[in-house]
Structures are given as C-alpha cells and as structure tokens.
Design a protein around this ligand. Sequence first.
Ligand SMILES: Nc1ncnc2c1ncn2[C@@H]1O[C@H](COP(=O)(O)OP(=O)(O)OP(=O)(O)O)[C@@H](O)[C@H]1O
Length: 618
Amino acid sequence: MPPKRKSNHEHRWKPMKIECDDGLTAEDFQGLVAIEELDSYHIIHAEPSKKSLIIDNDKSEKEMKQKRKKKKLSNNINTFDVSRQEIEIDNEEDKDLDMSHWGKLSVPAPIIQCLRSLRMSMPTSIQSLTIPAAINDHMNIYGAAPTGSGKTLAFAIPIVDQIIKEMDEMPNNPKLRSIILTPTRELAVQIKQHIDNICKFSSKIKVALIVGGLAIQKQQRILSKQKPQIIVATPGRLWEMLTSKTVPYLNRESLITDLRSLVIDEADRMIEKSHFRELRFIIDFFKNDDRNPLKSGQCQVFIFSATLTMNRSIKNKQHHRLSLKKSDQDSIDLIKLLSLDRNTVKICDLTDGGQKSKPDAEHLTESIIHCQKDDKDLYLYYFVLNNPGRTIVFCNSIDCIRRLLNLFRFLKMNPLSIHSSMPQKRRLTNIERFTATRNSLLFATDIASRGLDIPNIDHVVHYQVPRSADIYVHRSGRTARINNKGFSLILCDPKEDAFFLRDFSKIIHKESIAEYSKINVRILKRLKERIRLAQVCDMLEHKLRKNRTETNWFRTNAEACEIIYDSDEQDDGEHHFDDEIQNASIRERKDCERKLKTYEHELSILLKKPLNFRSINK
Ligand SMILES: Nc1ncnc2c1ncn2[C@@H]1O[C@H](COP(=O)(O)OP(=O)(O)OP(=O)(O)O)[C@@H](O)[C@H]1O
C-alpha cells in the first residue's frame, strides 16, 4: 500500500523564531508576520506522471522500525520472552539437531536455541568442563585449551546465563554485569559478535565495545544510552574511560557493587609488558576497595588462553617479553594477583602444560622450508600459487609487511594487510575483505596472531620465524580451527634455524614439522624471473616515493625561506634553491618512472604465461 498523502492542515507546523543576529530588523521582513516550519516529513519521489508525496516522518519512521523489527525477527530466531523460554525455530533442519548435551551442562533454553540456529549441537571439551562449574558451582575459571577449541563460548555462556536469570527478576533495570578484557581490538569485535550470536533471543541484552582506535565519544554515547550489561574492552580504552569519569554508567561505585563477572582473555598476553600496566590499573581499582568484588566472590573471574600454562621459562627467554622485575614476579600468578581464593578456582588445562596448545597433528599439518633469507619471497610466491585458498602470512615487522604487500601487488595477487600502524577502520575492513574472499592473501603482524577466528583459513605461513614458542602456537592456530584441517608453513633461514632449534624444540616437537616436499624445480626457476622483476619494480617505486618526499622537503623549506620553487621548470636565475640538486632529482625521478613502466610491462607479460602446477599436485 502506498503511504497516505496528507493535507496541509494535518501536518504539524511549528512556529519558528526569527533570528535578527545578522543585523536584520523586523522592517527588513517587509510585512512578514511569522514563519512556521515543518521538520517531521520526508519526500517520496513518485513516478514522473505523479506528484511527490509528503509523508509524516514520525509515523513512517515508526512503520519502518516495525518493518525492520519484523524482518529481523524472521531472519533470526524469534520470541523475546525469556521466562517462557520458547523460541521459534526458523530452519526445519535445525529442529532435528540433538541439543541435549547442552542441557546437561545447565545451559539455559534460550541460549540452546541460539546454539541450535548456529548448528552447534555438541559442546567442545573445554566448554563441557567449565560451563557447569561456572553456572552451577559459581567457580572462578582458569582455562587452557588449544587454539580454536571454543574458549569464547566457555566464558560467554555462563555470563549470559547469569544475566538471563536476573532479567526475570528485574527486567527493566539494566546494570553493568560483565567486563571482558582482550589484548586486541579485532578480538574484542569478534568476541562481541560471538556474544551477540547467543543473545539473539532478547533485544534487552546489550553488549558494548570499548576499544581504542575508534571514536571515544561514540562509545561514551553508546554506554550512556544503551546501558549495556556486557562490555568487551581493550584495557587501555577502558581505563581511559573509567578515569575520565565522562560516563556516569561506568562509575566506581557501580563497578564495585554491580559487576558479576570479569574475563581476562588471552591472559598470558595480557600480563606482558605492553598490556600489563593498564590491566594492573584495572585490577588495582578493585583491590583498593574494601568491598573488592573479586575477593568476596561477588564477581566471578574467567582467565583463558591456549598458552596459559605454557612453560614460562621458555616463553620468557625472548628479549621482547616482560623483563620481570623482582616486584613483578607475583604478577605473573594471576590467581594471586586477583586475590582469588585458590579453592574457588577451577583449573582446566587441556594443553598438558602447553605441550598441546595447537590443534593435533590429525588436523594441523606443519611444514618447513629451509632456504636462504633472500629466497623467502620466491618460496612464498611458489607456495601461494600452488595452494589456492585463504592464506595468512605472518611477519615480525611492519616494514616487512609493507615490502611484501608491494611485491605481491606487482605480482597481481591482490594482497591485504593488517598491522598496528594502520587506521583501525582499515584494519577491520581488511579483515572483512579477507574473510569474504575465498582465495585471499593477508599479510599480518602478530596483532592478528591471537584469537582471531576467521572461518576457513587454509594456510598460515610464518614468513619469519616468530620470536617465541607461544606466538608460533597462536599464529598456527588461525587455521585448523574447531576440527577443521589446516596447514602451517615456516620459511626458515639458517640463522633462524639455529634459534628455532634452540628455543622451540621443547615445546613444538620440531620432529613433527616435515620439510615441504611439493617443490618443482622447473616451476620454481620460472617464478624466479617474476620475483626478480617484482623486486626491481618495488625498489624503483620505493626510490620514487623517496624522491617525492625529498621534493616535498625542498618545497616546504623553499616556501619557508620565501623562495620560489618549481620542480619541473628551470628557475630564471634570481631566487633558486639549489639548481643542481633539484635537476638531478627531477632526472632521477623521470628515469625511475620510465624504468618502472618498462619492468612492469615485462612482468605483466610473464604473468600471463601459464604455469602447470597440476602435475606436481597429483
Ligand atoms: N560447540 C561448538 N560447536 C561448533 N562450533 C563451535 C563450538 N564452540 C565454538 N565454536 C566455534 O569454533 C570457533 C572457534 O572458537 P573460539 O574462537 O572461541 O576458539 P578459541 O578456543 O577461543 O581459539 P583461540 O585460542 O584461537 O582464541 C568459532 O567460530 C566458534 O563459533
């Protein structure tokens, strides 16, 4: 039905005050008595023959909201009445799933229906161990389980269960009940999505994201307006908000009295130098109050990671790790640091002290290519061409990522990247683009090594050997998640090999990492020329960038000295900055541009020639 057209008098015209700030007097309005305005409308442009319609905005907005809500309901699982615990199931296939295993763990019906719609019928081992202890016995949980084994739901389900129980009692008075701390922003975004997925039965459960790199004002507004029961945060931004006292909802008193759970995800990372300061602030915030909710048991604590129990003497060997001061020794023991009574903590270690933090050999195939440092580009290119799919390549530095990104752009591989110097929004869109494309290549630093749950990553490549064993575990764990198969490849130069052998062998079982065998020397030779050309193009482009930066520097300085600067034309003599340098720079730039064009053209011809990988893979 088309919206009803309204006559003029039905609209809500409002008198408007005439402002005369611009020096206008009433006389200037020449007999005009008053102005009225109408702001609650929008115009729908009809077909050319018909007139446009003015629609009452209040009403149409309402209608649109209702429509949106209806659509949302039909897309998701339905019904919001938690107490009735009846949720309609959209998909006929889901009805046949046996969800009884979750019921046995005391998971409430609304969550089970969400899990059904996600087609998760069987709890994972860590979920089976921790959920009943958290829900029924209200234990604090200290959980170590392999990467991709479902640790997020192991803490998310008890947190939501607690909120459901409370909603029955006081449905209209939301309070901040849970804070989840994670080391990276991307992980926080993902945890929020996981929780949203199991809260679809109720629009009343709100989860907010408090992370750096995105507008703080917007996050403050969301907190004030939505009053979320759950906050997923990175410690720095949370601390900033707490201390700025700009959001009344996030005040000291409410945290001490209202909070019912605190999660420290990737806990071993959180106690490393870069995150520990802010985490300690937050913990001290609770500890410095006589009513410390962590100590009293009012606030349940969840501590999780795949490498939580990994032998610390191995992890701490690396220089970049927390150099422990004597006074900080205790901080490593999070249970002690949080003032938890050990009798209230359920310790679940499914990793055998870190020996089994990765997916098992049945699911994760680990491989290595020993090569010279200069040949890594070639082997990486070979591997990616020979193994189509979703591949994430980890590097130890941002410079390395930038170089590889450029190189693989010249090779027309459409690479993406993620590292800490990138604007947050681009980090998130790059992950989205990587996830949305079946054959995609992402270069990443270790900000992407922990926790990220991107579906169906087929391969992980360690372009540089990671600096510690736990990083190796987390990087490799981006593939082979939740019983899927995956492949991890290390590119190892002789220097790294010595280090790898010395420091990793105890934890990683180097003997289980086989030498990558599918190398065809004939194809490798052909790829060599492509790599050489791409490297030359990269080098030339780098030179060009440098030249531009220098030119800009000259220009800025020339302008500062009030000297006329023209990069392309000869100066007429009187005021010139430094002709010789300037002209050399222009010549160099033009030479670079010409060479770059030639090499790019040569490379594009080579890239069109087919390579027959099929014969090797048979
Ligand atoms: N019981 C389940 N059945 C099927 N899939 C599940 C189940 N529990 C969790 N998953 C899915 O498994 C994937 C991995 O879960 P999650 O990210 O929680 O792993 P993790 O143990 O935290 O991994 P990491 O240590 O790498 O952070 C997610 O996509 C999640 O939705």
